[in-house]
Design a protein around this ligand. Structure first.
Ligand code: SF4
Length: 339
């Protein structure tokens, strides 16, 4: 019999389980407390439950916590953790400490179906959706769990392609019975899968990051096959209809490829495409992987692009490259074990 992972369950879902097992009503809130406040890793440590309850729970369920099997540390302090998951293909989470914050970049799928041409995850294919427990386990089971200030869903996978699990995980992170975080500490990224994006805007208050990477349809499609099914123009039209009301942040991720999307002309096209949207653009240096035809923009081209966007009224930042020496930087996650 497959055991149920409790991590990720709401108090109501825990209640259903407790009722089915004939436990008293209050057991569900005790369980939520052990899972999310006390962060218990096994039933044995849940000492407010009776021994019989703990033994029965261990028969039908698991807590859902698994320690990372490997950690690689970059010279810049970034750490990449490898976690085993049920489908067998390991996934990665990246811990990024900075002076005033500590961010965890989590994965939502093993591999990815989106096939972005510049991304190591996209090139390795798809190996399954993560469950809410497997997403949350990355947050709960790294040694730095208590120091985290921010979470970004920018690791392996396309979050809107596994939205039920992503929303279940963000619910635990933000609910008063869970970690009680402000949704402003969480950013979910997407290439623009419209059905998921519509739902995400309705059902979540977390920040949103759109992977844009090229302002022109035909060229974007060369980089990101998703453009064929869900054109950027339709994504932008949806975002323009949404009432942003200053509560959540909209950003666009833009990886800089030499001569492909980094000229003054591209900056002007991008600025016109985004005009009127309350947003910022995050420029990302491309980190080449083996056999890629794409090249990294020169520092001069990046600086000029940034200046041009700023002049045209678009708030623009250059994302610091972190963890490149351990293949933890943007676009490099591939679930490889270290040799
Ligand atoms: S960039 Fe994101 S959506 Fe595209 S293939 Fe990589 S993981 Fe998937």
């Amino acid at each position: 019999m497959d055991k149920t992972d409790l991590l990720g369950m709401t108090p109501e879902q825990l209640q259903v389980l407790c009722t089915a097992e004939g436990f008293p009503r209050y057991t569900a809130s005790q369980l939520a407390d052990w899972l999310y406040r006390k962060r218990a890793t096994d039933f044995g440590s849940m000492t407010s439950l009776s021994l019989a309850q703990r033994a029965r729970l261990a028969e039908v369920a698991t807590v859902g916590r698994t320690a990372p099997t490997q950690c690689r540390q970059s010279a810049d302090g970034t750490r990449k953790y490898l976690f085993p998951i049920s489908t067998g293909h390991p996934i990665e989470a990246v811990y990024i400490p900075e002076a005033d914050r500590a961010t965890l970049c989590v994965s939502s799928q093993a591999g990815c179906r989106m096939g972005c041409r510049f991304c190591a995850t996209g090139q390795q294919g798809f190996h399954g959706h993560l469950t809410a427990a497997e997403i949350l386990n990355q947050v709960f089971s790294i040694p730095e769990a208590d120091s985290l200030t921010n979470i970004v869903f920018m690791g392996m996978g396309e979050p809107m392609d596994n939205l039920d699990a992503v929303l279940a995980a963000t619910r635990v992170l933000t609910a008063p019975w869970g970690l009680g975080w402000s949704p402003k500490r969480i950013t979910v990224s997407t290439v623009g899968l419209l059905p998921g994006l519509r739902r995400f805007l309705d059902e979540s208050q977390c920040h949103l990051a759109i992977s844009l990477h090229h302002p022109l349809a035909a060229e974007r499609e060369q980089l990101m096959p998703v453009q064929r099914a869900y054109p950027l123009a339709d994504v932008l039209a949806l975002l323009r209809r949404y009432n942003w009301n200053g509560q959540r942040r909209l950003s666009f991720e833009y990886t800089m490829f030499r001569d492909l999307n980094d000229t003054p002309r591209h900056a002007s096209l991008l600025a016109s495409a985004l005009r009127g949207l309350p947003c910022r653009v995050n420029l990302i240096r491309f980190h080449p992987m083996p056999d890629t035809p794409y090249r990294t923009s020169t520092p001069e081209a990046i600086a000029a692009f940034r200046e041009s966007l700023t002049r045209q009224g678009i708030t623009c930042t250059l994302r610091a490259s972190r963890g490149q020496d351990i293949e933890a930087a943007c676009g490099l996650l591939a679930g490889k074990t270290a040799s």
